[in-house]
Design a binder for this molecule. Sequence first.
Ligand SMILES: Cc1ncc(COP(=O)(O)O)c(C=O)c1O
Length: 396
Amino acid sequence: MTDKDLSLLRESNETAFYVFDGKVLKERVEYIRSSLPANTALCYAVKANPFISKEIIDDVERFEICSPGEAEICFELGIPSDKMVISGIYKTPSFIEGLAADSSFNGIFTAESLVQYRQLCQLSEKYKRQLRVLPRLTNDSQFGMNDTDIIDIIDNREKYPDLDIVGIQYFSGTQKTSLKKFKRELEHLDKFLSILKEEHGFEAKELEYGTGFPVSYFEGDDLDEAELFKGFSELLTDMTNKPDIILELGRSIAASCGRYYTHVVDIKTNKRQNYALIDGGMHHIVYFGQHMAMKQPFFSVVGKEITDSEKLWTICGSLCSMNDIVVKQVPLPDIAIGDLVCFENAGAYCMTEGISLLLSRDLPAVYIIDKENVLYKVRSTFETKALNTPRYERMY
Ligand SMILES: Cc1ncc(COP(=O)(O)O)c(C=O)c1O
């Protein structure tokens, strides 16, 4: 972002705001792609940050959508339906029926349970159209189905010729750093695909795998991403089965393109502890693995150099919660009320996982700088007070 853009945003925002950089995002997608075996497809998990989806319409093969709301956002952004994977542990039945009934909808549905699978069977019969399905294999949690349930689906697939079972979906968690864990998971998936092929005559065309690739959020993180991607790529290449691989990624795609800016609004020293209060806080900036600022995220004070100093500061947000500590005991420059603090890697989940309604504070405005370096406002500061105001409607 240019200094001119930042000055403009500073002048236009009395309170905190996010900026997502489309060029950084695209370069990130390119980097991930170039670090993986050729032909590995990428699916962006929209939950990580719906605001950046449009910027990568042409850069990823798919978008994973987990709710009617996410679907509406994607339709509005012009994401073609054949790039959509309708996923999620609860699929609102009327929403799924609406998509199945719409002959122009050409996305894939995941099936997370036998109930969801049966609904898709009924809908394909009712609307006499082929639906593409990815049964999700469980990782021994509430998500997905047992291998035996999937085998049952496969064994009975001829009863539902209009359901095209394209392969398997799998996801087991986020921020995964261990190659050993990837090895275990890929071996497990490979073995399951072999069983389906050799014992049940079913060759999966696709494996859609949410790898939960990690992001380095804190000072001292020793993530060697290049090494992790290299090791992961070797594991993929070593698989006996060769389905099309589609990696479902949220955090790893989105985090690095985002910055969160918040102003210092008060300064005090209580019992020899220096506090800088900001107009944002933990309702806007959520880093996986962070609690009570136990770790130090990457941040700066705009226009001021942070040097080593004896004087340590704790930066706290503006919620009435003792937990609302964003950075603890760090040296800061000579800060003043009105200074702008910038937090890095704020592109994934910060906007969607913050506890937005506590205290009825406003949500930050959102800006995008597109790949041509043009700055857009994509959401104004959003008042949440309407959501917390009771409006009495007589029911009878
Ligand atoms: C099914 C599924 N796929 C993909 C993702 C994205 O995970 P991540 O942001 O760790 O890449 C999630 C996150 O919850 C998920 O539930």
